[in-house]
Ligand binder design. Structure first.
Ligand SMILES: *Cc1c(COP(=O)(O)O)cnc(C)c1O
Length: 388
């Protein structure tokens, strides 16, 4: 059976060059980068090279990169680390209703530590409004954490404007850029942020590795205590195979981004046009201010899970929202925050494109979706074709 992977928002296949570099690291460069002997110096060189490549992908200095166990840890480190370090100055943190759980749940944890959290609403496209942000600012605000691109609907947030306004008031700005890095140009200075989270496995690198960019001079307490690795900010012997793989993935992403962004935007728009030509379908998220890989649509009168299973039986891997909330029948909190009624939000499907995606695959998937949705709707007591 034909296999079509359209779940690159959940994870991506490891690039063969990445895998080769990781195997070489495991087999031939096993030294501890903190050791002073030749084996250690050899490993240290690989560590430095990876840091340089990851920094270059986001326009940072290598010494501003802290390797973490992934996007989740980077988000936790930024939010808990900065809020705790700034506690004497204030106890107010601003975030948005459509953040990943790694941010939302970390903010909830801060609330238990006595912080006050403002969760900004989003509009029908999933975007935060700058005037809502301005109104939420307080004397005690110490941190803003708003994602760059949303993982479910792909909507890009006005981070540059938010950062400019926050910085004018001396507030620290973090953005979760796990879904934007490698998809659109991301530059920490252009965005004006102080902290930015990246995950390797969303850019064709291995799982379990990522980084937090921390602008020089940013106050932040560590989450863990131990050795002096990562400039005292993240102790423990480095995950060398992961870091080396992340470095190679970052170099490839930087090199291929312009052409790949263009190619995927065309495929994405072909997929969107095909879906919207079917009956009773609505596109979720912003029509243009969305990452090149993301398509998210609601199919009225159809359960997202039923659609997913039917697609899986035809070899098509998709998602009904984010992988983290899959398996639950609750409609996506992101779609609900965008004002989509629960009964419609339940029929959502996320298709996320990637390096292996072709026009032929898109056309095949469109054909299968047309067939499946017609069958599923025929079984639905709610569907009246005359009403559309
Ligand atoms: C995948 C993802 C994360 C989590 O990254 P991990 O490396 O899997 O921990 C965080 N934020 C967003 C927006 C993501 O898509």
């Amino acid at each position: 059976m034909k296999q079509v992977y359209l779940d690159h928002g959940a994870t991506t296949p490891v690039n063969p060059d990445v895998a080769a570099a990781m195997i070489a690291c495991l087999q031939d460069h096993f030294g501890n980068p903190s050791s002073l002997h030749g084996f250690g110096r050899d490993a240290k060189q690989f560590l430095d090279e990876a840091r340089t490549n990851v920094a270059a992908l986001i326009g940072a200095h290598p010494e501003e990169i802290i390797f973490t166990s992934g996007g989740t840890e980077a988000d936790n480190m930024a939010i808990l680390g900065v809020a705790r370090a700034m506690r004497k100055k204030g106890n107010h943190v601003i975030t948005s209703a459509v953040e990943h759980h790694a941010v939302l749940d970390t903010c909830l944890a801060l609330q238990k530590e006595g912080f006050e959290i403002t969760v900004l609403p989003v509009d029908a496209y999933g975007q935060v409004h700058i005037d809502d942000f301005e109104r939420a600012l307080r004397e005690e605000t110490v941190l803003v954490t708003i994602m760059h691109a949303n993982n479910e609907v792909g909507t890009i947030q006005p981070i540059k404007e938010i950062a400019r306004m926050a910085k004018a008031k001396g507030i620290i700005v973090h953005t979760d850029a796990v879904q934007s890095v490698g998809k659109i140009p991301v530059d920490v200075n252009e965005l004006g942020v102080d902290l930015l989270s990246v995950s390797a496995h969303k850019i064709y690198g291995p799982k379990g590795i990522g980084c937090l960019y921390v602008r020089k001079g940013t106050k932040m307490l560590p989450l863990m205590y131990g050795g002096g690795q990562e400039r005292q900010r993240r102790p423990g012997t480095e995950n060398m195979p992961g870091i080396v793989g992340f470095g190679v993935a970052a170099a490839i992403a930087a090199r291929e981004l312009p052409a790949e962004m263009d190619r995927l935007t065309k495929l994405r728009d072909r997929l969107i046009a095909g879906l919207l030509a079917l009956p009773a379908v609505r596109l979720n998220g912003h029509p243009t201010e969305r990452v090149s890989i993301n398509v998210n649509a609601c199919f009225h009168y159809i359960e997202g899970e039923a659609l997913l299973l039917a697609l899986d039986m035809r070899g098509i891997a998709a998602s009904s929202g984010s992988a983290c909330s899959a398996g639950s029948m609750d409609p996506s909190y992101v779609l609900l925050a965008m004002g989509i009624p629960p009964e419609i939000a339940r029929g959502s499907l996320r298709l996320t494109l990637g390096r292996g995606t072709t026009a032929e695959q898109i056309d095949y998937v469109l054909g299968v979706i047309a067939e499946i949705t017609e069958k599923l709707r025929a079984m639905s007591p709610l569907y009246n074709p005359n009403k559309g």
